[in-house]
Design a binder for this molecule. Structure first.
Ligand SMILES: [Fe+2]
Ligand SMILES: [Fe+2]
Length: 474
């Protein structure tokens, strides 16, 4: 499964054997490049960046590291190897051979799933495009750019499916993916979280920890799809997503570590004193965590959803680790607990499991996300500081679904509007918090140097030292 880099569009899908598709994608390629020039990382065109490029989809040794100017990055089309005799593993078509073509009756739902996933990829590049100007180190700058080029490749992955399997409407959707803009009032990105700003590096690390992890769960569900090309595409994307979550987890961890060092040096937990010392106090980190967690909760969609049931029953989108689950993979008659507000409090009710698949995926995600928060707590414990970060209740600060109608605090209590207003400052980042964090941002561009508010990483990228010149400015 080696990738052919002599082609104009690197690929392992035999593009040269399909002239029509090749021409269509070669027509889209310059449009992508002009989108990258307009909306990709600001002011970075001439930088030499120490990037990894996929050379094979083999799980071992797929990456090649070298200096690359980002506009010259070899974006391409990589599918994980086909599994011989793969079957549809769930829903009404369970046991049939996986589809190599789009089943006509599911065409529009499948296109919608692919477009919705595809839209998040360029959106995050747009959200992050100013961050390079304030990177806390060359190491971090390089990681940001790696995430950005890979999100660009994820867009290629979805655009390939649209062009290869959806004819003219696929081509139109592929163009529209380059036309929507994150946060644009007239033509925004499809999902709410992807129209939020990523204004500073604490937000970036929280985003890559929490929101890229939503990506992992969505991709893992699509990797179960009965539509085999989608499954194979997503399986390869998941290998790239792991690095994005690493950037987030280690980034937040290093911010925490630096704060704890300052707390011990100054023998204080007073946020004002810590801010004066130029580090981010732990309660502010908790508020950022609350914000990014709750915005990401909404990405899973309504708690009870007939679309989710349809996508599952028709074999388009499975559950996380579908094949490892020990039930009938049909879910007829099964139920799953969801939350409702009744008489001023949250109660658990049983919903048909098929309609509660968003909630199930959300719960799977929460377990995974909460485990990393415990790893952050170990950094605080090790410093001997009595403080714990926590993920808020999943009903906190929701904007989608029936729970969004109530004010729900981080513990899961339904509160009235006055109580919410009185405490919002403790629960979510205020304008003042954001202004403080913004005040710390400023580019550190000397190899081995790090901004004062973040600790250096334990090790470099690809066995290079921490003080390696990960980016050279042209
Ligand atoms: Fe992605
Ligand atoms: Fe990602």
């Amino acid at each position: 499964m080696t990738i052919d880099y002599s082609e104009k569009i690197p690929n392992n899908v035999g593009l040269a054997d399909n002239r029509t598709l090749q021409r269509a994608l070669e027509h889209w390629q310059p449009e992508f490049q002009s989108w990258w020039a307009d909306m990709g990382p600001e002011g970075s065109t001439n930088f030499d960046v120490y990037l990894r490029t996929a050379t094979s989809v083999d799980p071992k040794g797929w990456a090649h590291f070298d200096y690359v100017k980002m506009p010259d990055y070899r974006w391409g089309i990589f599918l994980a190897p086909a599994e011989a005799e793969r079957k549809v593993n769930f829903g009404a078509h369970k046991g049939e051979a996986a589809w190599q073509d789009v089943p006509g009756e599911y065409r529009s739902n499948l296109r919608r799933l692919i477009v919705t996933q595809g839209d998040t990829e360029p959106a995050s590049v747009e959200q992050q495009r100013h961050l390079g100007l304030t990177a806390p180190s060359l190491y971090d700058l390089r990681n940001l750019f790696q995430v950005n080029v890979e999100e660009g490749r994820h867009l290629w992955a979805m655009v390939y499916l649209l062009h290869a399997y959806f004819g003219r409407d696929g081509r139109e959707e592929a163009e529209a993916l380059l036309q929507r803009r994150s946060g644009d009032a007239d033509n925004p990105r499809i999902l709410g979280a992807f129209n939020e700003k990523t204004p500073d590096w604490l937000s970036f690390f929280m985003f890559t920890y929490f929101t890229d992890r939503d990506g992992k769960y969505q991709l893992a569900s699509l990797a179960e799809s009965g539509f085999d090309p989608l499954a194979r595409t997503c399986r390869f994307m998941l290998t790239e997503e792991a690095h994005h979550m690493f950037v987030g987890e280690s980034g937040v961890g290093r911010v925490i570590q630096r704060t704890c060092e300052a707390m011990n040096q100054l023998r204080t937990d007073d946020p004002a004193k810590l801010r004066a010392a130029g580090v981010i106090d732990l309660p502010t980190i908790q508020r950022y965590l609350n914000f990014h967690f709750s915005v990401t909760m909404d990405l899973f969609g309504a708690d009870v959803s007939s679309n989710a049931a349809t996508f599952y029953t028709t074999g388009l989108k499975g559950r996380f680790d579908e094949a490892k689950l020990g039930d009938d993979h049909l879910l007829a008659g099964a139920t799953y607990p969801v939350l409702e507000v009744r008489d001023g409090r949250l109660v658990t009710v049983e919903a048909p499991a098929l309609n509660a698949l968003n909630e199930k995926l959300r719960d799977d995600y929460i377990k995974d996300a909460a485990a990393g928060v415990e790893r952050w707590n170990r950094i605080i414990d090790k410093a001997g500081i009595p403080f714990r970060l926590r993920v808020p209740h999943k009903a906190f600060h929701r904007k989608i679904g029936p729970l969004s109608a109530a004010n729900i605090d981080p513990e899961g209590n339904v509160v009235d509007a006055a109580t919410w207003a009185r405490h919002e400052r403790e629960w979510l980042p205020s304008a003042e918090d954001r202004a403080f964090v913004a005040s710390l941002m400023g580019r550190v561009a000397e190899p081995g140097r790090f901004a004062n508010w973040i600790a250096p990483p334990a090790r470099g990228i690809n066995n290079q030292p921490v003080d390696f010149a990960y980016v050279r400015f042209g």
